[in-house]
Design a protein around this ligand. Structure first.
Ligand SMILES: C[S@@+](CC[C@H](N)C(=O)[O-])C[C@H]1O[C@@H](n2cnc3c(N)ncnc32)[C@H](O)[C@@H]1O
Length: 278
């Protein structure tokens, strides 16, 4: 099965200089010791809309503390910690990048949530996921990094219980992608393959998902990324004081690429809900 080389993804500047998290915590006098998940919300939600987006997923899936949940592409573990703190339950958090996974594990332990979340480093396509096991799969801005949709959706369908629920936030091709946009997506966002809506839905149905709800959120995400860039630029001096110019430049570059992509109208954002067929 085609998998992702863990280092190749580091070409995306959101994933470099991860020391920024520890530096930001040190600047707040939180270098060590216990943390509340809310101390991290501005640092550990690597998607759009912060914890509101996670709350939305809890709501639409009707998640409870009885559910076993798989979080695919868990990043720094922000969404998993939010769910664990809100509901309890058991969450399996899989993350490709070793440094992000190690940091996620440390932060989860500092929040006292390690009895609810198990962090595993690896490619979801190679993970030994037990069949018929999870009540729900959740994933924020990860599927876009995985061109092998057939393999991915098949393994997620297999690990869900029959009628288990899946919630994804992801990118899709809202309009046909021109060469320049595809090049930017590949080089700056580590997104080599972006299907349009019909193809996306077809890939899910082929893997055995049904009751697929595809909700376009492109406009809200265009506003989000634009505001994220303005705020970041506005606070440049304070950020550089805590971090350094290189860290600022890397993030400012990435944030500005995302504004250009969303404003271009070809990149779209989507929330997807689907159910594993019996
Ligand atoms: C944009 S980040 C989002 C992180 C997290 N879901 C959040 O919202 O805070 C996407 C994450 O997916 C991870 N990822 C990409 N491909 C993956 C794969 N094949 N298996 C596991 N994780 C993957 C990346 O390393 C990255 O941390």
């Amino acid at each position: 099965m085609q998998m992702t080389a863990p280092n190749a993804i580091k070409q995306m500047k959101l994933y470099t200089q991860m020391e920024r998290v520890q530096r930001a915590l040190s600047a707040r006098g939180m270098a060590k010791g216990a943390l509340r998940p809310s101390d991290l919300h501005d640092l550990d939600q690597l998607h759009y809309g912060g914890i509101d987006a996670v709350e939305h997923a809890i709501d639409v899936l009707g998640l409870t503390g009885e559910d076993t949940v798989l979080d695919v592409g868990a990043g720094l573990g922000g969404p998993a910690r939010y769910i664990a703190q809100r509901l309890g339950g058991q969450i399996e958090a899989i993350e490709l990048q070793a440094d992000l996974n190690a940091l996620a594990q440390t932060l989860t332990a500092r929040c006292g949530l390690d009895n609810h979340i198990r962090h595993t480093q690896g490619d979801v396509l190679a993970a030994p996921l037990p069949p018929n096991h999870f009540d729900a799969v959740v994933s924020w801005l990860t599927v876009l990094h995985i061109p092998n949709r057939a393999g991915l959706f098949e393994c997620l369908k297999e690990t869900l219980k029959p009628m288990g629920q899946m919630y994804l936030e992801d990118f899709y091709a809202r309009q046909p992608l021109d060469e320049a946009t595809q090049k930017t997506l590949t080089e700056e966002v580590f997104c080599a393959h972006l299907p349009h809506q019909a193809q996306y839905i077809q890939d899910l149905s082929h893997a055995g998902f049904t009751n697929i709800v595809f909700e376009d959120v492109s406009e809200a995400w265009t506003d989000f990324v634009s505001e994220r860039l303005w705020t970041f630029q506005d606070q440049a001096d304070a950020f550089i004081k805590v971090h350094d110019q290189a860290t600022y430049d890397a993030l400012a570059h990435f944030y500005s690429v995302m504004v250009t992509l969303f404003k271009g109208g070809q990149l779209g954002g989507v929330r997807i809900r689907a159910e594993a067929a019996r």
